[in-house]
Design a protein around this ligand. Structure first.
Ligand code: FMN
Length: 355
Protein backbone atom coordinates (compact mmCIF):
# COMPACT_ATOMS: atom_id res chain seq x y z
CA UNK A 1 0.00 0.00 0.00
CA UNK A 2 1.42 3.37 -1.05
CA UNK A 3 0.17 6.92 -1.13
CA UNK A 4 1.96 8.37 -4.12
CA UNK A 5 5.60 7.53 -3.51
CA UNK A 6 5.09 6.99 0.25
CA UNK A 7 4.90 3.35 1.40
CA UNK A 8 2.69 2.39 4.36
CA UNK A 9 3.17 -0.55 6.73
CA UNK A 10 -0.40 -1.81 6.32
CA UNK A 11 -3.88 -0.90 5.11
CA UNK A 12 -5.55 -0.05 8.41
CA UNK A 13 -6.05 3.68 8.76
CA UNK A 14 -7.22 5.92 11.63
CA UNK A 15 -9.83 8.42 10.42
CA UNK A 16 -9.40 12.14 10.97
CA UNK A 17 -11.71 13.25 13.78
CA UNK A 18 -11.67 16.86 14.89
CA UNK A 19 -11.26 17.09 18.64
CA UNK A 20 -10.13 13.44 18.83
CA UNK A 21 -7.27 12.50 16.49
CA UNK A 22 -4.75 14.93 17.84
CA UNK A 23 -1.07 13.98 17.81
CA UNK A 24 -1.14 11.91 21.04
CA UNK A 25 -4.13 9.88 19.85
CA UNK A 26 -2.65 9.36 16.38
CA UNK A 27 0.60 8.16 17.95
CA UNK A 28 -1.31 5.72 20.11
CA UNK A 29 -3.26 4.34 17.12
CA UNK A 30 -0.03 3.92 15.16
CA UNK A 31 1.60 2.13 18.09
CA UNK A 32 -1.37 -0.21 18.32
CA UNK A 33 -1.48 -1.23 14.69
CA UNK A 34 -2.73 1.62 12.50
CA UNK A 35 -0.55 1.97 9.43
CA UNK A 36 -1.63 5.54 8.83
CA UNK A 37 -3.41 8.32 10.69
CA UNK A 38 -4.64 11.66 9.38
CA UNK A 39 -4.62 14.81 11.48
CA UNK A 40 -7.70 16.70 12.54
CA UNK A 41 -8.57 19.24 9.91
CA UNK A 42 -6.68 22.52 9.79
CA UNK A 43 -8.66 25.48 8.51
CA UNK A 44 -7.54 27.35 5.39
CA UNK A 45 -8.31 30.62 7.18
CA UNK A 46 -5.00 32.37 7.72
CA UNK A 47 -6.41 34.53 10.50
CA UNK A 48 -6.83 31.37 12.58
CA UNK A 49 -3.40 29.88 11.98
CA UNK A 50 -1.93 31.57 15.02
CA UNK A 51 -4.73 30.41 17.29
CA UNK A 52 -3.82 27.94 20.00
CA UNK A 53 -6.14 25.33 18.44
CA UNK A 54 -4.51 25.48 15.00
CA UNK A 55 -0.98 25.63 16.37
CA UNK A 56 -1.67 22.48 18.39
CA UNK A 57 -3.11 20.79 15.30
CA UNK A 58 -0.05 21.75 13.27
CA UNK A 59 2.35 20.42 15.89
CA UNK A 60 3.88 17.14 14.71
CA UNK A 61 6.78 16.87 17.16
CA UNK A 62 7.91 13.27 17.39
CA UNK A 63 5.13 11.99 15.14
CA UNK A 64 5.83 8.77 13.27
CA UNK A 65 5.96 9.33 9.50
CA UNK A 66 4.14 9.79 7.28
CA UNK A 67 2.66 12.99 8.65
CA UNK A 68 -0.67 13.61 6.98
CA UNK A 69 -2.59 16.85 7.49
CA UNK A 70 -6.15 17.43 6.46
CA UNK A 71 -7.12 20.90 5.28
CA UNK A 72 -10.60 22.37 4.94
CA UNK A 73 -11.91 25.45 3.19
CA UNK A 74 -13.85 26.76 0.24
CA UNK A 75 -11.42 28.96 -1.65
CA UNK A 76 -8.93 27.39 -4.04
CA UNK A 77 -6.12 29.86 -3.50
CA UNK A 78 -6.50 29.76 0.29
CA UNK A 79 -6.49 25.98 0.20
CA UNK A 80 -3.26 26.03 -1.82
CA UNK A 81 -1.72 28.39 0.73
CA UNK A 82 -2.91 26.18 3.58
CA UNK A 83 -1.25 23.19 1.92
CA UNK A 84 2.05 25.08 1.63
CA UNK A 85 1.85 26.32 5.24
CA UNK A 86 1.33 22.78 6.53
CA UNK A 87 4.10 21.35 4.37
CA UNK A 88 6.42 23.96 5.87
CA UNK A 89 5.39 22.59 9.28
CA UNK A 90 6.13 18.97 8.44
CA UNK A 91 3.17 17.63 6.45
CA UNK A 92 4.26 14.89 4.03
CA UNK A 93 0.76 14.20 2.71
CA UNK A 94 -2.09 16.71 2.33
CA UNK A 95 -5.68 15.51 2.60
CA UNK A 96 -8.58 17.63 1.36
CA UNK A 97 -11.71 17.48 3.50
CA UNK A 98 -14.82 16.89 1.41
CA UNK A 99 -16.32 14.53 3.93
CA UNK A 100 -17.35 16.52 6.93
CA UNK A 101 -20.45 18.56 7.51
CA UNK A 102 -18.02 21.34 8.39
CA UNK A 103 -19.19 24.75 9.45
CA UNK A 104 -19.10 27.81 7.33
CA UNK A 105 -15.71 29.07 6.24
CA UNK A 106 -15.78 32.50 4.60
CA UNK A 107 -19.58 32.47 4.27
CA UNK A 108 -19.60 29.17 2.43
CA UNK A 109 -20.01 25.66 3.74
CA UNK A 110 -16.80 23.66 3.60
CA UNK A 111 -16.24 19.90 3.85
CA UNK A 112 -18.84 17.66 2.24
CA UNK A 113 -20.83 20.68 1.03
CA UNK A 114 -18.19 21.00 -1.68
CA UNK A 115 -19.61 17.85 -3.26
CA UNK A 116 -22.58 19.97 -4.30
CA UNK A 117 -20.39 22.28 -6.33
CA UNK A 118 -18.27 20.05 -8.55
CA UNK A 119 -16.49 22.84 -10.47
CA UNK A 120 -15.39 24.44 -7.18
CA UNK A 121 -14.36 21.05 -5.79
CA UNK A 122 -12.17 20.48 -8.83
CA UNK A 123 -10.76 24.00 -8.70
CA UNK A 124 -9.70 23.38 -5.10
CA UNK A 125 -8.17 20.01 -5.95
CA UNK A 126 -6.19 21.51 -8.82
CA UNK A 127 -4.93 24.42 -6.72
CA UNK A 128 -3.77 22.14 -3.92
CA UNK A 129 -2.10 19.67 -6.30
CA UNK A 130 -0.36 22.58 -8.07
CA UNK A 131 1.23 23.59 -4.76
CA UNK A 132 2.03 20.07 -3.55
CA UNK A 133 3.31 18.36 -6.70
CA UNK A 134 6.50 20.44 -7.05
CA UNK A 135 7.20 19.73 -3.36
CA UNK A 136 6.75 15.99 -3.97
CA UNK A 137 3.83 15.87 -1.51
CA UNK A 138 0.93 13.58 -2.48
CA UNK A 139 -2.60 14.99 -2.15
CA UNK A 140 -5.52 12.80 -1.06
CA UNK A 141 -9.25 13.40 -0.90
CA UNK A 142 -11.80 12.35 1.71
CA UNK A 143 -15.45 12.51 0.82
CA UNK A 144 -18.90 11.06 1.35
CA UNK A 145 -20.97 9.20 -1.24
CA UNK A 146 -22.68 12.42 -2.29
CA UNK A 147 -24.78 15.29 -1.08
CA UNK A 148 -28.04 13.38 -0.67
CA UNK A 149 -29.65 10.13 -1.82
CA UNK A 150 -30.61 11.56 -5.19
CA UNK A 151 -27.16 13.09 -5.71
CA UNK A 152 -24.56 10.41 -5.18
CA UNK A 153 -21.81 11.89 -7.28
CA UNK A 154 -18.81 10.27 -5.55
CA UNK A 155 -17.74 8.36 -8.67
CA UNK A 156 -17.82 11.48 -10.86
CA UNK A 157 -15.85 13.56 -8.38
CA UNK A 158 -13.37 10.76 -7.71
CA UNK A 159 -12.69 10.31 -11.44
CA UNK A 160 -12.13 14.03 -11.90
CA UNK A 161 -9.91 14.08 -8.81
CA UNK A 162 -7.78 11.24 -10.16
CA UNK A 163 -7.44 13.09 -13.45
CA UNK A 164 -6.30 16.17 -11.53
CA UNK A 165 -3.52 14.28 -9.75
CA UNK A 166 -5.08 13.09 -6.48
CA UNK A 167 -3.12 10.12 -5.10
CA UNK A 168 -5.81 8.38 -3.00
CA UNK A 169 -9.53 8.74 -2.30
CA UNK A 170 -11.35 7.80 0.90
CA UNK A 171 -15.13 7.37 0.81
CA UNK A 172 -17.35 7.41 3.90
CA UNK A 173 -20.39 5.39 2.85
CA UNK A 174 -22.99 7.98 3.79
CA UNK A 175 -24.35 11.09 2.10
CA UNK A 176 -23.95 14.55 3.57
CA UNK A 177 -27.68 14.67 4.28
CA UNK A 178 -27.50 11.46 6.31
CA UNK A 179 -25.10 12.89 8.87
CA UNK A 180 -24.45 9.80 10.99
CA UNK A 181 -27.93 8.32 10.67
CA UNK A 182 -28.67 4.88 9.31
CA UNK A 183 -25.86 2.68 8.13
CA UNK A 184 -22.93 3.23 5.83
CA UNK A 185 -23.37 1.54 2.43
CA UNK A 186 -20.42 0.19 0.54
CA UNK A 187 -21.82 -0.17 -3.00
CA UNK A 188 -20.76 3.36 -3.81
CA UNK A 189 -17.32 2.66 -2.37
CA UNK A 190 -17.09 -0.39 -4.67
CA UNK A 191 -18.16 1.74 -7.63
CA UNK A 192 -15.47 4.31 -6.85
CA UNK A 193 -12.88 1.56 -6.49
CA UNK A 194 -13.90 0.04 -9.83
CA UNK A 195 -13.65 3.42 -11.55
CA UNK A 196 -10.15 4.42 -10.35
CA UNK A 197 -6.57 3.23 -10.64
CA UNK A 198 -5.33 5.08 -7.53
CA UNK A 199 -5.90 3.51 -4.08
CA UNK A 200 -9.42 3.77 -2.64
CA UNK A 201 -10.16 3.58 1.08
CA UNK A 202 -13.48 2.37 2.53
CA UNK A 203 -14.81 4.13 5.61
CA UNK A 204 -17.92 4.08 7.78
CA UNK A 205 -19.20 1.85 10.60
CA UNK A 206 -16.25 -0.54 10.58
CA UNK A 207 -16.17 -1.65 14.20
CA UNK A 208 -14.95 -5.26 14.32
CA UNK A 209 -12.43 -7.57 12.68
CA UNK A 210 -15.26 -9.38 10.84
CA UNK A 211 -16.68 -6.14 9.50
CA UNK A 212 -13.22 -5.06 8.37
CA UNK A 213 -12.70 -8.34 6.51
CA UNK A 214 -16.15 -8.14 4.90
CA UNK A 215 -15.79 -4.52 3.79
CA UNK A 216 -12.35 -5.16 2.32
CA UNK A 217 -13.67 -8.19 0.45
CA UNK A 218 -16.93 -6.71 -0.79
CA UNK A 219 -15.55 -3.35 -1.95
CA UNK A 220 -12.14 -4.46 -3.19
CA UNK A 221 -10.86 -1.34 -1.40
CA UNK A 222 -7.12 -0.98 -0.94
CA UNK A 223 -7.49 -0.01 2.72
CA UNK A 224 -10.05 0.67 5.42
CA UNK A 225 -10.34 3.68 7.69
CA UNK A 226 -11.72 3.51 11.22
CA UNK A 227 -12.99 6.42 13.26
CA UNK A 228 -15.43 6.02 16.13
CA UNK A 229 -14.63 2.38 16.86
CA UNK A 230 -11.09 3.41 17.79
CA UNK A 231 -12.33 5.81 20.46
CA UNK A 232 -11.46 4.12 23.75
CA UNK A 233 -10.31 1.04 21.82
CA UNK A 234 -7.27 2.07 19.80
CA UNK A 235 -6.03 -1.54 19.82
CA UNK A 236 -8.81 -2.37 17.33
CA UNK A 237 -6.18 -1.92 14.60
CA UNK A 238 -4.02 -4.75 15.83
CA UNK A 239 -7.11 -6.88 16.50
CA UNK A 240 -8.09 -6.45 12.85
CA UNK A 241 -4.55 -7.08 11.62
CA UNK A 242 -4.37 -10.30 13.62
CA UNK A 243 -7.77 -11.48 12.39
CA UNK A 244 -7.14 -10.72 8.72
CA UNK A 245 -3.68 -12.35 8.92
CA UNK A 246 -4.63 -15.49 10.85
CA UNK A 247 -8.44 -15.82 10.83
CA UNK A 248 -8.33 -15.99 14.65
CA UNK A 249 -9.27 -13.40 17.24
CA UNK A 250 -6.58 -11.75 19.33
CA UNK A 251 -7.25 -12.07 23.06
CA UNK A 252 -8.51 -8.91 24.74
CA UNK A 253 -5.70 -6.83 26.26
CA UNK A 254 -4.80 -7.40 29.89
CA UNK A 255 -6.39 -4.85 32.20
CA UNK A 256 -2.90 -3.79 33.35
CA UNK A 257 -1.88 -3.28 29.71
CA UNK A 258 -4.97 -1.22 28.89
CA UNK A 259 -4.25 0.89 31.98
CA UNK A 260 -0.70 1.56 30.95
CA UNK A 261 -1.69 2.50 27.37
CA UNK A 262 -4.27 4.92 28.74
CA UNK A 263 -1.82 6.44 31.24
CA UNK A 264 0.82 6.89 28.53
CA UNK A 265 -1.80 8.50 26.32
CA UNK A 266 -2.80 10.84 29.16
CA UNK A 267 0.80 11.93 29.73
CA UNK A 268 1.23 12.71 26.02
CA UNK A 269 -2.13 14.47 26.03
CA UNK A 270 -1.24 16.72 28.99
CA UNK A 271 2.12 17.36 27.31
CA UNK A 272 0.29 18.88 24.33
CA UNK A 273 -2.59 20.64 26.13
CA UNK A 274 -0.95 21.51 29.44
CA UNK A 275 -0.91 20.21 32.99
CA UNK A 276 -2.74 23.22 34.53
CA UNK A 277 -5.53 22.66 37.02
CA UNK A 278 -8.88 22.98 35.29
CA UNK A 279 -7.02 23.68 32.04
CA UNK A 280 -7.43 22.30 28.52
CA UNK A 281 -5.41 19.16 29.32
CA UNK A 282 -7.57 17.86 32.14
CA UNK A 283 -10.81 18.86 30.42
CA UNK A 284 -10.12 17.37 27.00
CA UNK A 285 -8.72 14.16 28.53
CA UNK A 286 -12.14 13.42 30.08
CA UNK A 287 -13.63 12.25 26.81
CA UNK A 288 -10.78 9.83 26.11
CA UNK A 289 -11.03 8.36 29.63
CA UNK A 290 -14.81 8.20 29.27
CA UNK A 291 -14.55 6.24 26.02
CA UNK A 292 -12.01 3.88 27.56
CA UNK A 293 -14.23 2.95 30.50
CA UNK A 294 -17.79 3.52 29.38
CA UNK A 295 -18.60 -0.07 28.45
CA UNK A 296 -16.64 -1.73 31.25
CA UNK A 297 -18.28 -2.86 34.49
CA UNK A 298 -18.87 0.22 36.65
CA UNK A 299 -17.46 2.44 33.88
CA UNK A 300 -20.39 4.84 33.65
CA UNK A 301 -20.35 5.56 37.39
CA UNK A 302 -16.59 6.10 37.27
CA UNK A 303 -16.96 8.41 34.28
CA UNK A 304 -19.43 10.60 36.15
CA UNK A 305 -17.07 10.85 39.15
CA UNK A 306 -13.97 11.37 37.05
CA UNK A 307 -15.60 14.23 35.13
CA UNK A 308 -15.64 16.27 38.35
CA UNK A 309 -11.87 16.05 38.87
CA UNK A 310 -10.04 19.22 38.04
CA UNK A 311 -6.36 18.39 37.95
CA UNK A 312 -4.30 16.09 35.78
CA UNK A 313 -2.74 14.49 38.87
CA UNK A 314 -6.11 13.56 40.39
CA UNK A 315 -7.27 12.28 36.99
CA UNK A 316 -4.21 10.04 36.69
CA UNK A 317 -4.64 8.79 40.27
CA UNK A 318 -8.34 8.02 39.70
CA UNK A 319 -7.67 6.15 36.44
CA UNK A 320 -4.86 4.16 38.07
CA UNK A 321 -6.98 3.19 41.07
CA UNK A 322 -9.99 2.31 38.96
CA UNK A 323 -8.06 0.02 36.62
CA UNK A 324 -6.19 -1.53 39.56
CA UNK A 325 -9.52 -2.39 41.18
CA UNK A 326 -10.75 -3.85 37.87
CA UNK A 327 -7.57 -5.93 37.66
CA UNK A 328 -8.42 -7.50 41.05
CA UNK A 329 -11.41 -9.20 39.44
CA UNK A 330 -10.39 -9.47 35.77
CA UNK A 331 -7.05 -10.34 34.20
CA UNK A 332 -8.21 -9.50 30.67
CA UNK A 333 -10.28 -6.49 29.77
CA UNK A 334 -13.87 -7.73 29.88
CA UNK A 335 -15.47 -7.75 26.42
CA UNK A 336 -17.17 -4.42 26.22
CA UNK A 337 -20.90 -4.19 25.71
CA UNK A 338 -21.85 -2.22 22.60
CA UNK A 339 -19.99 1.01 23.17
CA UNK A 340 -20.56 2.54 19.77
CA UNK A 341 -20.77 6.28 19.79
CA UNK A 342 -24.34 6.95 18.73
CA UNK A 343 -25.23 9.04 15.71
CA UNK A 344 -26.47 11.98 17.76
CA UNK A 345 -23.29 12.09 19.80
CA UNK A 346 -21.05 11.73 16.74
CA UNK A 347 -22.76 14.62 14.95
CA UNK A 348 -22.69 16.86 18.00
CA UNK A 349 -19.07 16.13 18.75
CA UNK A 350 -18.06 16.69 15.17
CA UNK A 351 -19.92 19.99 14.93
CA UNK A 352 -18.57 21.28 18.24
CA UNK A 353 -15.04 20.33 17.25
CA UNK A 354 -15.30 22.77 14.34
CA UNK A 355 -16.49 25.63 16.55
C1 FMN B 1 -16.01 13.61 16.40
C2 FMN B 1 -15.78 13.44 14.93
C3 FMN B 1 -14.99 14.36 14.25
C4 FMN B 1 -14.75 14.20 12.88
N1 FMN B 1 -13.91 15.09 12.24
C5 FMN B 1 -13.60 14.89 10.94
C6 FMN B 1 -12.65 15.73 10.29
O1 FMN B 1 -12.06 16.64 10.88
N2 FMN B 1 -12.39 15.48 8.97
C7 FMN B 1 -13.02 14.46 8.28
O2 FMN B 1 -12.75 14.28 7.09
N3 FMN B 1 -13.90 13.65 8.88
C8 FMN B 1 -14.19 13.83 10.19
N4 FMN B 1 -15.05 12.97 10.82
C9 FMN B 1 -15.59 11.81 10.06
C10 FMN B 1 -14.70 10.56 10.24
O3 FMN B 1 -13.43 10.76 9.68
C11 FMN B 1 -15.34 9.32 9.57
O4 FMN B 1 -15.48 9.58 8.19
C12 FMN B 1 -16.73 8.99 10.14
O5 FMN B 1 -16.73 9.06 11.56
C13 FMN B 1 -17.19 7.60 9.69
O6 FMN B 1 -16.28 6.60 10.10
P1 FMN B 1 -16.56 5.68 11.42
O7 FMN B 1 -17.92 5.07 11.25
O8 FMN B 1 -15.45 4.68 11.41
O9 FMN B 1 -16.53 6.60 12.60
C14 FMN B 1 -15.33 13.12 12.17
C15 FMN B 1 -16.12 12.20 12.87
C16 FMN B 1 -16.36 12.34 14.22
C17 FMN B 1 -17.21 11.32 14.93
Amino acid sequence: MQIGHIPLPNRLFAAPMAGVTDRPFRQLCKRLGAGYAVSEMVTSRKDLWNSLKTSRRANHEGEVAPIAVQIAGTDAQMMGEAAAWNIDRGAQIIDINMGCPAKKVCNKWAGSALMQDEPLALEIIEAVVAVCAPRNVPVTLKMRTGWCDAERNAVRIARAAEGAGIAMVTVHGRTREQGYKGFAEYDTVSAVKAALRIPVVANGDIDSPEKARDVLASTGADAIMIGRAAQGRPWIFREIAHFTDTGAHLAAPEVAQAKSWLLEHLHDHYGLYGWDDDGAGVRSARKHIGWAVRALPGGEAFRARMNLLESCETQVRAVTDWFDALADTHRLLPRAADSRIDEQEAGTEEESAFA
